[in-house]
Design a protein around this ligand. Sequence first.
Ligand code: PLP
Length: 390
Amino acid sequence: MSDYLMKNYAPLPVTFTKGEGATLWDTEGKPYLDVLSGVAVCSLGHAHPDVAMAIAKQAKQLIHTSNWYHIANQEELAAELCQLSGMDNVFFSNSGAEANEAAIKLARLYGHKKNINEPAIIVMDGSFHGRTLATLSATGNRKVHAGFEPLVQGFVRAPYNDLEAIENIAKNNQNVVAVLVEPIIGEGGVTIPDTDYLGGIRKLCDDNGWLMMLDEIQTGMCRTGEWFAFQHTDITPDVMTLAKALGNGVPIGACLAKGDAAELFTPGNHGSTYGGNPLVCAAALAVVNTMKAQSLAARSKALGATMLAQLKNEFADNAAIVDIRGKGLMLAIELDRPCGDLMQQALEQGLLLNVAAEKVVRLLPPLIISDDQATEIIQKVTTLIKNFIK
Ligand SMILES: *Cc1c(COP(=O)(O)O)cnc(C)c1O
């Protein structure tokens, strides 16, 4: 424990020195199976040779120039992401929160263009959108707000998975310009909405002239079995944000826009010094190319379905298990009691997993895990949880 670090984290007592694929090693040489992927970041696993090579090669050639000049691989990455998503254009940031900041600023520009002087964005209870002032204000979790008031204004809250609540806001609030929503809630406990939810929001946005803005920072980049989670439906958003797995650990975020939303930023009204520099774009391009070459969306879908079925089978009729759910390789086991202690217990067993929303064991393995590693994860996780609830 360092006295020289601020106390905003409470790290578990372990330090990793090396990684390969889904395995990490600590300072004692003990191996761990990684079922967290640095919180859905290292979807290609650790030390992926293509990503490492792309970073090394780019670093030797050119790391940074600023957005005062054209950046060839930034343009290439933007084109790839638009092709994969059906969006029109991209702004690159350095993190998820900053990608959402860009989305929030787009919504406000959109409102002002329509002569709405105090534009408001509908956000959901239980959501997580980041830790900057605007994104923590958008977040639907009091713990994230606490102590940082006054919150940024211009957010209207609705319960998640409740279309009627959004309809009611539409009737009563003329300032709404956009809806910002996670297709599946991540940090808030892997909440999967009804199948008609995103379609319903799309329709409400169309009827009211609002932007539909999807936070795909956790669900994007093949995590849920499609490149982007909205692709499980037949809708397209107006704005989508990405980060996490986009760089496999290199800090990059993206805000993608379509139609009217794609025309709102003009020279000078938004920017970032590092955003989309040659180094991070080289890494992200390697990520995209590898995910394509290995068909990781399909792999995530198939393996996730298998693992979900195995978990359901292991815990059938277990009273301490409230729910088992997931999409692709975003899996969750909800217990009837707080289970944060499982993180330390898993660590002792050589397993890295995460507990979200106090009672939800969240599994986010790298998408490149083998069938054998998937089996090992199921065995270790079920043993761990069965011992915990016994
Ligand atoms: C992680 C996350 C963020 C914040 O991303 P940072 O890179 O930590 O700023 C925002 N939204 C969702 C859904 C996330 O999972």
